[in-house]
Design a protein around this ligand. Sequence first.
Ligand code: GLU
Length: 499
Amino acid sequence: MSVRVRYAPSPTGLQHIGGIRTALFNYFFARANGGQFILRIEDTDQTRSTPEALEDLYSSLNWLGIDYDEGPGKDGGCGPYIQSERQALYREMADKLIGDGTAYRCFCRPERLEQLREQQKAEGVSIIGYDRNCRGLNPDEAASRAASGEAHVIRLKVPLEGKTEFTDILLGRTGRKNKDISPDPVILKADGFPTYHLANVIDDHLMGITHILRAQEWIPSGPLHVLLYRAFGWELPQYCHLPMVMGKDGQKLSKRHGATALSEFRRAGYLPEALINSITLLGWSYDDSREFFTKDDFSALFTLERINKSPAVFDYNKLDWFNGQYIRLKEPEALKAELMAILVKDGIAANPPSQKDYAILEGAFPVVRERLKTLTDVSPLTRFLYTDPGLGTIGDAIPKGMNNTEAAAILGTALELLAKAPPLPSTPDACVSWDKDREEEFRGTAAGLGCKLGALMQPLRLALTANKVSLPLFPAIRLLGMKESLARGRRLMDALKQA
Ligand code: GLU
């Protein structure tokens, strides 16, 4: 059997980690089995679907390089792949169920249903839902009321007795008693739009979907879907509900934990490679040790057997670590181009960049590259090389436990050391030893003064960069040039004296 799987998002919000995890698992499962990955847009809830969400979906998949084999704009014979364009089909299929006696028309007015809900709430019944008032209507009478234009919905007849179960690849046999399933849920709404359940089941069947890999929150819908498959007389696909995605505190991952939307990560300077690697490891592992996987690796290695049952934890620090690794693996010229684009966007380099802008980045590149956690870090790390940042927050320059006079004095000592340093080197090897020698000198001097090396370096670092986030001090001095470094140092020293 050839594998056909789908990602079926509802375009009601931004693509977030959980949704992308579902997309990636489906994508890699298809790739690893030589199958097809289908994208289907589930926009039957017209009030909640938005063009922005749809745009975000396409651009997110595109940015990650997740290409679908069939979907909007790529017909594989099962289209259209956008549910709002398949409306006539759902109505036809719902009518078929009415004809078969497994669904029925319901003419109850919204006001009646509202009243019923209130009454059930007051009585404290265990399942709030429809009282099956129209289930016993004569079908011919119902048909003629519908034909005369009376507003109605179509409901599925849920059996009153027994149990509906299905087998989940990960969780085994699961299901619930029919009396615990929502009583006769609506499958086609009064406006002619199907509900999620009807459209989802029809499309999965007609699109030949073999495996349903989706979030665990859909498990409760499973029995209802099984009943729909049975009503149509169709074979069930295989189900695999994916483990929950949590934050480190064991709560469901949400905005409280940090960014969750893919677009936020993208804007913050994360690479698609790092996100793909981190997100695919949410509930899937190859073995106990291997962590690095490219898209091609996952495409070759992904199996359902290696999905874990237990909830997965999204670790932001780990993502940062992956991102740093992937940044350093990037082809240098391509990386420089991306960094320059960020410098331009942040107004640090000119648009288009000047020769000087390029030269600064070129010089700083080897040091900067080692320090980047995200691409956008390039701006705070190198801004001081492009423009004079001024004094910044003077307090940041004062080492812990010192006052401003002491800070001025220690800065004076650091500047004297610099003024005596040999001329700036030009070859990479000479730079390494120049930095090392300066550090030795600073270390020795700090020891002599009875202070920490960090305390001797802090005011000088702040003098150059006016920023607590910065490049290592000695490379920063070389990149800025000795004259400018000394000038910025003296300026801060004066300011500290006067503060
Ligand atoms: N449209 C549903 C969602 O957005 C699809 C659920 C499913 O995969 O069946 O999650």
